[in-house]
Design a protein around this ligand. Structure first.
Ligand SMILES: [Zn+2]
Length: 212
């Protein structure tokens, strides 16, 4: 569902560019609004959320999809935790839909899907591992890296019940915006994948904007 935001970028309390293939970890406080902006279009932002005060409570695709009865995320989606509570609510979306079924790229999946020699290519899972290793203050470990949201990524569910990675439906300047319902840790891999069209075979930067 396309819903535009009234937030003005010049009023944001924080603006951060996440370069192509890079990662981000930070906190969004309850009541703050987070926007992910697809600067050049066709990017995929592989994202995990955690309760900032108890990171054992984390985003759960299963709880989110079961409660909303819809397989894609868009404006109105309540992003639920493994305890069934709402971490964030998507309040604006100019892309239209986002995937939470396709998972994230990893060296293992790259070898299975593409070729053994792809093993050492940069992946989202490696990005997340690097972020939590660089920032032990968040208390996250390897076991906290679970299923995620792929903002801006186009992963249609086929009539046969399968998934396909398709060319993106996002474009330069499209964004998705969400309000935090509790203090949350945001962990993002700005997907570096070069073997499928999730980012148009050309990883590009995204921008994160936060409003009070
Ligand atoms: Zn990826």
């Amino acid at each position: 569902m396309i819903i535009e935001s009234n937030q003005r970028p010049e009023n944001a309390v924080s603006r951060t560019t996440v370069e192509a293939g890079d990662h981000y970890i930070g906190i969004v406080r309850a009541g703050q609004t987070l926007r992910l902006l697809d600067l050049e279009g066709n990017q995929a932002a592989d994202t995990l959320f955690f309760n900032a005060h108890d990171t054992a409570e984390r985003y759960s695709a299963m709880d989110t999809l079961r409660e909303q009865g819809e397989v894609y995320l868009s404006a109105g989606s309540k992003l639920r935790s493994n305890e069934g509570r709402v971490l964030l609510t998507i309040t604006a979306d100019t892309c239209g839909r986002h995937d939470t079924l396709g998972g994230a790229c990893a060296s293992e999946s790259n070898t299975v899907r593409y070729d053994l020699e792809k093993r050492h290519m940069h992946s989202c899972r490696d990005n997340w591992m690097q972020a939590i290793a660089d920032h032990p203050e968040y208390g996250l470990t390897k076991r906290d890296i679970t299923h995620n949201i792929n903002f801006f990524m186009n992963v249609p569910v086929t009539e046969e019940g399968g998934l396909t990675f398709e060319d993106g439906i996002s474009a330069p300047g499209k964004y998705v915006e969400m309000v935090a319902e509790m203090d949350v840790v945001v962990l993002i891999s700005n997907c570096p994948q070069l073997n499928n069209p999730c980012n148009g075979y050309d990883p590009t930067p995204i921008e994160l904007l936060i409003w009070d």
